[in-house]
Structure formats: C-alpha cells, structure tokens
Ligand binder design. Structure first.
Ligand SMILES: Cc1cc2nc3c(=O)[nH]c(=O)nc-3n(C[C@H](O)[C@H](O)[C@H](O)COP(=O)(O)OP(=O)(O)OC[C@H]3O[C@@H](n4cnc5c(N)ncnc54)[C@H](O)[C@@H]3O)c2cc1C
Length: 536
C-alpha cells in the first residue's frame, strides 16, 4: 500500500488492540485483570491516548492554568460501567451546576425566553404539552426496540425509512417544539433540549428514526439523554477531566505496551492462527486475536483480508459522524450566577449571521470547575457547525461572544480565555461525538458487534448500554474483553454479568404525569376564562 515502509521486524503478542480511546483501554485493562500474563499490543494512530476524551490545560489569565474537557465530559448515576471504572481509579465526580434561570431561543421570530422550572419556555402552554406528548410517544416507541437488534422490531422498516425530521414533523406541529428537538438532537447525538442534548452533532434530517429510538433506549429512555438532573446524561462532571481515565489505565496496562503514532492500515487473517496488522509507519504486529475500537466512520480506511462482510461494509459506509465544535470560555467571575442564571442556553441559533444561516450557538452550560474557575461550555453543532467551520477562528470567537452578550449581557464580551476544539479537524475521528445511522441501513445493524473471524469490535457505537457515551465505551470494551478471554479459556462469568446489565428505565420528572398535567390544567383554565369573557 502507498506509504508503507518495508518492515524490519514483526512484533508478536497475544492480543492486538487497535485504538487507545476509552473502549480500547478498557478492553486491555479488563483482559489483564483476567490474565496478568497476557501479552498485549495497543496501537494508536494519534500522538496521544484518550480518543474522544481530551483534557487540556487552559491558560485562564493571571498566570493561572486550569484543566477543561474539550471532548466527553459528563457522566451520570445511571451509567454503572463508567462509574465503576472511576471508582476503581479513585477519580471523583461532582454535580453539574443547574440552579437558576435558563434561556431558550426557539420558534418563529427567534424570541429569547427564560424559565426557571424543568418546563421549558416554548412561548405557549400548548408548545409545552406538545413537547411533552412528543417525548412521551418517542419514549413509548424507544422502549419497544431491542438494542441488540433494532430491526427485529415489527415496525422497524417503517421507522428506518423515516428520518427523525419526518418523525418530529408528524408528531409536533409548532415550530418552537421542532426547533427545541432539533437543537437537542444537534448537540445529543450530543447535547441538547431543554436538555435533548448530546445528540449526534447531526441534524434530524440525516438520522434514521429507528436509529435514534434504539440509541435512546440504550440509555434507558429519551429523557435520560436530555437531563442534567439525577440519572440524566449531563448530571455529573469528572474532577480533573475524563482523559485521565485512559492515562491511568495506560499506567496500569504498562506504557511499554502502548504504541502511539501507529495508524493501522491493513489487517490480514489467513488459515494460520495468526492475524497480521500493518501500520502506516511500516510496522507489522502479529497476534491470535485483534480487538478494534476504531469508530465506524474510520473503519473503511483500513484494508481487510478477507474483506468485511457485505452487511458490515454497508453499515460502516452509512454511519457518518456528527459535527460538533466545543468551546470553553472562562471569566473572572460567574457573572451569570450573580444575575440569577444557571448558564444554560438552548438555541436554534437565531437569525442569519455573517455568511451562515443561523448564529453559532446550540447549547451552553455552566462549566465552572471544582476549583471554582468560572467558565461556560458550549457547542456549535450539526448544520450550523458545518457552516461556521467555513468561518475563521476569530469570526467564530467574536460571534459566539456577541451571541452570549445578547443572552446574558455585555460582561460576556470580556472573557479571560476562549478555547475551541473543532472535532471535524481531528484526524482519526473526523467529527464527534458519535457515529449515527442514516435511514435505510438499520437491517445491517446486528453486524456491528459480530466478530469478523478473530477480529472483535468494541467502541461506544457498539455498546448496548449508553451507546455513544463514555459508559458505552467502557461497556463495549468489557464485552470485547469477555469475547476474547472466553476463547482463551478464561472464566469471564463476573465480567459478563456486568456487560449484560440492562439500562434502567427510571421515570424522569419531566415526562411524569404531574408535569404534563400542570400545563394542561392551566391551559384549560385560560381557555375557559377566554370563552367565558368572550361569550358572556
Ligand atoms: C466534544 C465531545 C463531547 C462529548 N461529550 C460527552 C459527554 O459529555 N459524556 C459522554 O459520556 N460522552 C461524551 N462524548 C462521547 C465520548 O467521548 C465517546 O463516546 C467516547 O470517548 C468514545 O470512546 P471510544 O473508545 O469508543 O472511541 P474513541 O475515543 O474515538 O477511540 C478510538 C481510537 O481509535 C483511534 N484510531 C482510529 N483509527 C485508527 C487507526 N487506523 N489505527 C489506530 N488507531 C486508530 C483513534 O485515534 C481513537 O483514539 C463526547 C465526545 C466529544 C468528542
């Protein structure tokens, strides 16, 4: 292949793990726990480990520096796998700050509204009811879909032929509700709605409705994706950042077993017991088993012999990654808290700005650290993310600050630092936070975890418990470790029990009956009063 230098040695080990993100590191760690003598080779394309976790020290002015997560950052009480790893590594968490007034900009006219309760400000009670009914329906459908094989659902074909956009249009009439769901999905498939966050960094018209519902079910329900309260995806932050998880795991695995700057270019399996793995630097590795944690959108860059099965190829070709740029802005004070705001904004982006069809912001949260460094975190996601990618870094910075000033006041224009991470520019990820399924290919989805000969697959997208999240990365790493160690004759019963845990389906307050009931009663009261005044 182009770029391959002739090899001068072949390194042998028992298992090769490709990719040193959280899933690959977890797979290696769990295998070593089951067999301390196992010989592992971990190959990573980048010059760092951690993959989609990235914790940078930011200069916050006055000679001070502080660590912030530019990749994955939140965990939740409903995410057992990641919490167990954090506990094992003695890494602490702390709650996401959510107290105070929240801001929402959705619907016709891009009006900026504020609200304090869990019920978002959509401009009318009907909007709130409609959103609630939408979530209710999505929740009910999601629960029916098997996470292992979404296509076994009797309505699978119908919902896979539909984009999320169509699903939303069919089930929500008001623009503000549609905007809210769009904002949520852009950031969800990473971050959004009133916390329909963490969307895929993608737009509703690109995602299969079946994929989205199965994705939500892997978290235990749609509302879990949206909330920053207990059990919700944005509930807890990790002291010191999330990249340290992989760093500490690397120490435990042994740094000598981790090779950076080794992009894998080809994997060959023949009738012998060995698989050979080639890297672009010309190195060759041999092992009896391979675990790859490479995200689906990057798998197709690798040459496989024998070739991947048709269903896996079709799936990999049709799981693009979302577009998400993350920004961290630090201030000398938590001005928003002093003014009674939580820091939370959900926005449709407002009107056109520069050459873009909307402003840059989708979602913003308080990002003040456990050491009390005041900060906000936000996302430019989906289509606005792509459009704003064409602007210069300085144009993005000044526009984001100007938008924040419109929401919060002029103090927002005076940060002590501004840092952005454009994940589209990150080689060997090419976007974030997660790869999603486009309509029409979900019949191939069960191929995602199926081994290809002696090649096993992990990575958050392959998870059945919080797929797309840090928890999913850990759970999938554990599952791949089980698969390989079982073949090596090890007793994996305990680990298998952890892997087979089902997502919990706690009822979230927002879609419980009383929260729906309140706006209905108020709306009926308003209508009754109106009718009474008009006719009598
Ligand atoms: C901006 C952002 C915000 C996020 N927010 C959250 C959040 O708040 N909470 C949450 O739970 N999750 C969040 N996530 C998602 C979370 O970070 C990921 O689910 C998780 O880190 C994925 O881990 P992984 O090991 O599956 O994949 P990755 O971390 O992508 O690891 C895969 C590794 O494979 C390597 N690789 C790729 N190709 C090759 C090759 N050819 N050869 C060798 N190596 C290769 C890559 O370099 C990478 O290191 C976020 C992600 C991003 C980017």
């Amino acid at each position: 292949m182009d770029g391959i230098v002739l090899p001068n040695e072949v390194k042998e080990c028992d298992v090769i793990i490709i990719g040193c993100g959280l899933s690959g590191m977890t797979a290696a760690y769990e295998m070593l726990k089951l067999d301390p003598n196992i010989k592992l080779c971990l190959l990573e394309a980048k010059d760092r480990i951690g993959g989609r976790t990235l914790t940078n020290e930011i200069n916050i002015g006055g000679g001070q520096r502080e660590k912030f997560d530019l990749g994955g950052q939140w965990v939740a009480s409903s995410q057992p796998d990641i919490l167990e790893i954090l506990e094992e590594l003695n890494i602490k968490t702390y709650p996401q700050f959510i107290n105070g007034t929240k801001i929402m900009q959705v619907g016709q006219g891009n009006i900026i509204r504020t609200y304090k309760s869990d019920i978002p400000s959509l401009g009318s009670y009907w909007g709130v009811i409609e959103l609630q009914l939408f979530i209710w329906k999505a929740e009910k459908l999601a629960k029916q879909i098997s996470i292992e094989d979404p296509y076994s659902w009797d309505k699978a074909q119908e919902y896979d032929a539909m984009t999320m956009e169509t699903f939303v249009r069919n089930n929500a009439r008001s623009q503000s509700v549609r905007d809210t769901i769009q904002a949520a999905c852009r950031s969800v498939i990473d971050i959004c709605i009133l916390n329909f966050r963490r969307s895929s960094g993608c737009d509703l018209d690109r995602v299969s409705a079946l994929f989205f519902l199965a994705y939500a079910n892997s978290a235990g329900g749609v509302m879990k994706l949206l909330l920053a309260t207990e059990n919700g995806a944005q509930e807890l932050r990790v002291k010191g950042g999330t990249q340290q998880i992989s760093e500490i795991l690397a120490d435990r695995i042994g740094r000598e077993n981790v090779q950076l700057n080794q992009p894998v270019s080809a994997i060959y399996q023949d009738q012998t017991e060995f698989i050979t793995v080639h890297t672009l630097t010309g190195k060759i590795f041999r092992a009896r088993h391979v675990i790859t944690s490479i995200p689906p959108n990057c798998v197709t860059r690798i040459q496989f012999s024998p070739p991947l099965s048709e269903d896996r190829k079709l799936l990999m070709d049709n799981m693009p990654v979302g577009h998400l740029t993350k920004f961290i802005i630090t201030y000398d004070k938590t001005y928003w808290r002093e003014n009674g705001f939580s820091g939370e904004i959900v926005s449709n982006g407002g009107g056109p700005l520069l050459k873009c069809s909307t402003g840059p912001i989708s979602v913003v949260y308080d990002a003040t650290t456990d050491k009390n460094v005041p900060a906000l975190v936000g996302f430019v996601a989906g289509r606005p993310g792509v459009e704003w990618h064409r602007q210069t870094a300085e144009e993005r910075r000044s526009s984001i600050l100007a938008c924040l000033a419109e929401f919060f006041g002029s103090w927002a224009l005076q940060p002590t630092s501004f840092t952005e991470k454009v994940w589209a520019d990150e080689e060997y990820n090419g976007g974030c936070p997660v790869c999603f399924g486009v309509p029409g290919v979900m019949f191939t989805f069960s191929a995602l975890r199926r081994p290809h000969g002696r090649i096993h697959w992990c990575g958050t997208e392959t998870s059945t418990h919080w797929a797309g999240y840090l928890n999913g990365a850990v759970q999938s790493g554990r599952r791949a470790a089980c698969e390989v160690m079982k073949l090596n004759g090890k007793n994996v019963t305990q680990l298998e029990k952890l892997v087979s845990r089902q997502p919990s389906a706690d009822v979230d307050p927002l879609y419980s009956f009383p929260s729906l009931f309140t706006p209905i009663v108020v709306s009926l009261a308003v209508i009754t009063a109106f009718v009474a005044v008009y006719f009598f």
